[in-house]
Ligand binder design. Structure first.
Ligand SMILES: C[S@@+](CC[C@H](N)C(=O)[O-])C[C@H]1O[C@@H](n2cnc3c(N)ncnc32)[C@H](O)[C@@H]1O
Length: 230
């Protein structure tokens, strides 16, 4: 079954939040990211949530890159930022990969002309690739529109935007559990819902100058979809 919205937990003393689904999907996501990112070393993550994907993936990718790799986490919800930073701090210390995750920044992709700000001296520079997990179905369609228009503005030619999550394919759900998940999302907010890859998302990408590059089937009826800036 596709991921349910995270039930994050935190204690008073430790701002780190935990979304149990990230423990189940993080290794499968990490396995695909090297082919999604290629030689890209400056990665902007949209909708980082708890920050657990950044904490798990960035140190491993930095180790493989042997220098210069930096993952920029972000989220619309300012309340998520301290937890993202706390996960990042622990992960960088544990892995011996200092500086591979930048301080989290607040980005609401549904705002017109959103732009990242670069918070570490010496690390300013254009992003080379983007990653976004489990946002476009748990946000109004305007968030998907803003995500793709931002990717079209910010990515260099050949740069990739990688999405993870559940999708309909050619108008149809890929599993009964995804149909149930879609109904539950829409009952919570009618502007949410599992998006149709061919009917909605690919045409949106094309309007922003990105083409569908690759689809990877993931566990629990999810996909990784890689778009490339033309
Ligand atoms: C279901 S959570 C996914 C979090 C994380 N990527 C994961 O897979 O565990 C959805 C996230 O999207 C963020 N979000 C919703 N609308 C957004 C927007 N307009 N811009 C950026 N982030 C947004 C929420 O704050 C939340 O952290």
């Amino acid at each position: 079954m596709a991921q349910t919205p995270p039930k994050s937990t935190e204690s008073d003393a430790d701002p780190r939040r935990h979304a149990p689904a990230t423990l189940r999907n993080r290794d499968a996501i990490l396995a695909v990211l090297p082919q999604a990112f290629g030689s890209a070393c400056r990665i902007l993550e949209i909708a980082s949530g708890t920050g657990e994907h950044a904490a798990h993936c960035a140190p491993a990718l930095a180790k493989a890159a042997k220098g210069g790799f930096i993952w920029y986490p972000s989220d619309w919800d300012a309340a998520n930022l301290p937890g993202i930073d706390a996960h990042a701090k622990a992960a960088m210390a544990d892995s011996g990969q200092p500086g591979c995750i930048a301080p989290a920044q607040r980005i609401d992709v549904s705002q017109a002309d959103w732009t990242p700000h670069w918070t570490q001296p010496g690390q300013a520079g254009p992003i080379e690739a983007m990653f976004c997990a489990n946002m476009i179905h748990i946000a109004p369609w305007a968030a998907a529109e803003g995500l793709f228009s931002g990717a079209g503005r910010l990515l260099p030619q050949g740069g990739t935007l990688t999405l993870y999550g559940p999708y309909r394919r050619n108008g149809l759900h890929t599993a009964p559990s995804n149909a149930e998940f879609d109904a539950s999302l829409q009952s919570r907010d009618p502007s949410w819902g599992v998006r149709d890859l061919e009917g909605e998302v690919v045409p949106l990408a094309q309007r922003s100058g990105l083409s569908l590059h690759k689809i990877e089937t993931m566990p629990a009826n999810n996909l990784i979809v890689i778009f490339r800036k033309d």
